[in-house]
Design a protein around this ligand. Structure first.
Ligand SMILES: [Zn+2]
Length: 146
């Protein structure tokens, strides 16, 4: 029989921690690209591996590629962490991330945006998922007054 986690615990597990946003770095780099200080060859350098991951594990976004403006960007989530063993450094779908968040104590997710047309790629966000620290939290119980 499958063990189903209660929703309250799952929502805690799936709450990203230590979220780091890279929007500022992205904007600065794009400003350099637009002004010609940085060549597009230098920033549109997604590896075949990253492009493949975008194709098979990526999530489409509404954001048009800031460099070629030809297609919406795809976001790929990479997972890293000692606990993950061979799975470390692989791309994962949101469904897989959700499952992993309930299985592992702690792992880091790096979200990278990729343009599958011109190969622009940039780190968007990183955050930590997993069950670590949840045991210390008291589950919030509804009282009759609520
Ligand atoms: Zn592009």
């Amino acid at each position: 029989m499958d063990v189903v986690e209660p929703p309250r615990r799952l929502s805690l597990v799936h709450t990203p921690r230590q979220v780091v946003d890279y929007a500022l770095q992205r904007r600065a780099l794009l400003a350099d690209v637009y002004s010609g200080r940085v060549g597009t060859m230098e920033v549109c350098d997604a590896s075949p591996y990253l492009l493949r991951a975008a194709k098979f594990h990526g999530q489409p976004t509404d954001v048009t590629c800031p460099v070629c403006r030809k297609e919406p960007l795809t976001r790929v989530s990479w997972v890293y962490g000692d606990e993950l063993k061979h799975a470390a450094g692989s791309a994962r779908t949101p469904d897989e991330l959700a499952r992993m968040a309930a299985l592992f104590e702690e792992f880091t997710v790096y979200v990278v945006e990729v343009c599958r047309t011109c190969s622009w790629n940039h780190l968007v966000q990183s955050y930590v998922l997993g069950t670590r620290g949840l045991d210390n939290r008291k589950p919030r119980r509804r009282t009759a007054a609520e």
